[in-house]
Design a binder for this molecule. Structure first.
Ligand SMILES: [Cu+2]
Length: 121
């Protein structure tokens, strides 16, 4: 348990979100990694929080030894595949509407999913 807490703290620091503003439009940037932990595969951080109207840019890194994994958010047309060859993928979309939206691996629906929380402006 202690090891998991340390891992979480380190990853939270490494993958912290940044917010950049330019000409009045907010851009929310994240780096998200796919990992395996005790046989489970998950994207971390699993929960992303933005505000309605923000442009969201997510850099995706697949750190698993188990091949490609997907990253999908249906509400915003996000569906990409990320190889584990060291080359990150990226997605960009406008979080147009407030709500709670599932994030999942479309290649392996049994994998642990996450969520995108879009707050009201
Ligand atoms: Cu997967």
């Amino acid at each position: 348990m202690r090891r998991l807490l340390v891992l979480s703290a380190v990853l939270a620091a490494v993958f912290a979100a940044r917010s950049v503003r330019s000409e009045g439009d907010a851009v929310r940037q994240f780096s998200v990694a796919n990992i395996e932990y005790k046989g489970s595969k998950l994207w971390i951080p699993g929960t992303l929080i933005v505000k309605a109207g923000e442009t969201v840019k997510i850099k995706l890194v697949n750190s698993t030894p188990s091949g490609k994994h997907g990253y999908a958010i249906d509400a915003f047309g996000v569906k990409t595949e990320v190889a584990n060859d060291g080359q990150p993928a990226s997605v960009e979309f406008k979080a147009a509407k407030a709500g709670l939206y599932p994030i999942y691996c479309q290649l392996h629906p049994a994998h642990i999913g996450g969520q995108l929380l879009v707050l009201e402006k």
